[in-house]
Design a protein around this ligand. Structure first.
Ligand SMILES: C[S@@+](CC[C@H](N)C(=O)[O-])C[C@H]1O[C@@H](n2cnc3c(N)ncnc32)[C@H](O)[C@@H]1O
Length: 331
């Protein structure tokens, strides 16, 4: 049980649709977003409409930290593309030129008590391990105790195979027993449970398109129940789990339905299905009349709201329940 605490002041960087805000709301933590940072025009419009009375500080590289009010929690799923350029012997400078540099620049001045970051699992691989080490070392130098953990949405209640690295930094010393990952749980809902009851006919491929998909991916799309067609791995999944929700331009995720009158049924995921696979439940969402492409792109880059809420609950439960301030890791 999370005890009542002062309203948490949050700065939501790289805000996207606001995965951190939705997660905090779900976990019933009292909070207030004192500002967010987002550069994409449509995503900013979406955020602002669905999180009224918030101020967009825009491009993080242009933010003067002295002009932002103080806050307790900095959140950010910083873009991952720059990391494809690392591993060139830059050592400590691995993160220079990336947007992580701006996280450090802002947190150095504002010193929030908590920082929660997220990125693709690749950040923890041997190839990019040095980047993660640099991130940890820079945060440590600012006085943060840092923990990192790879978590997969499918282990926390959402039938999506989505592996992400989470980085939590605490200004102070965390208890020795601190665990960033919430306890895992058995899946109770599966792929077919998150599908629309009556999917829009426009989502379905015609027989000519399906024939082409069959040839391209060497798949027959014959299924007994609605299943995830993983075109990336040329596989129809039988585990009741979706592949990672990807931006629409990848064209790699489809829903295969049982045939009707011997005609194969294959379709795209709907917008609502994207929301459900990203952990949304009953949230009232204004889609701002945005296109399928735009909304699904934004959703593919977001935080799983279900997992985010569990992580926040888990962090604040442990921090509040422990008299950790005087316990040194060395003792
Ligand atoms: C991986 S997504 C984060 C999604 C977010 N965590 C959510 O729950 O939806 C990264 C976001 O950072 C935004 N972004 C990229 N460069 C930025 C910059 N210089 N300043 C602010 N936001 C930026 C992108 O438009 C994108 O929405």
């Amino acid at each position: 049980m999370i005890q009542k605490m002062n309203k948490l002041k949050v700065f939501e960087a790289f805000a996207g649709y606001g995965g951190a805000s939705y997660g905090l709301k779900r976990s019933k933590i009292e909070f207030e977003v004192i500002g967010f940072s987002e550069i994409d025009k449509f995503t900013s419009e979406f955020y602002q409409k669905n999180h009224p009375k918030t101020f967009n500080y825009g491009d993080i590289t242009k933010i003067d930290p002295k002009k932002i009010p103080d806050f307790d929690l900095f959140t950010g799923g910083f873009p991952c593309q720059p990391f494809s350029q690392v591993g060139m012997g830059l050592g400590e400078d691995d993160t220079r030129g990336t947007l992580f540099h701006d996280i450090i620049r802002i947190c150095k001045i504002k010193k929030p008590k908590h920082i929660l970051l997220e990125n693709v699992k690749g950040l923890k691989t041997v190839r990019h391990g040095r980047t993660l080490k640099t991130i940890i070392s820079k945060l440590t130098k600012l006085g943060y105790d840092v923990v990192t953990e790879v978590m997969n949405s499918k282990n926390y209640g959402i039938p999506q195979n989505r592996e992400r690295v989470w980085i939590y930094a605490y200004q102070g010393i965390l208890p020795l027993t601190f665990n960033l990952s919430p306890p895992t749980r058995k899946l109770k809902i599966f792929f077919k449970d998150l599908l629309d009851k009556e999917p829009d006919k426009l989502l379905f491929k015609n027989q000519k398109q399906i024939k082409r998909l069959k040839e391209l991916y060497n798949l027959d799309f014959k299924v007994k129940e609605p299943s995830c067609a993983d075109l990336y791995n040329k596989n129809i999944r039988s585990d009741g789990i979706s592949i990672t929700i990807l931006e629409p331009h990848h064209n790699k995720m489809r829903v295969a339905h049982p045939s009707i009158n011997n005609k194969l049924q294959v379709r795209k995921y709907s917008i609502n299905e994207h929301f459900r696979f990203m952990g949304f439940k009953n949230e009232k969402i204004d889609l701002c009349n945005q296109s399928y492409q735009q909304l699904c792109k934004m959703l593919a880059n977001g935080w799983d709201v279900n997992l985010t809420s569990l992580i926040f609950q888990n962090i604040f439960k442990q921090i509040q329940n422990n008299q950790y301030e005087n316990i040194s890791k060395a003792s």
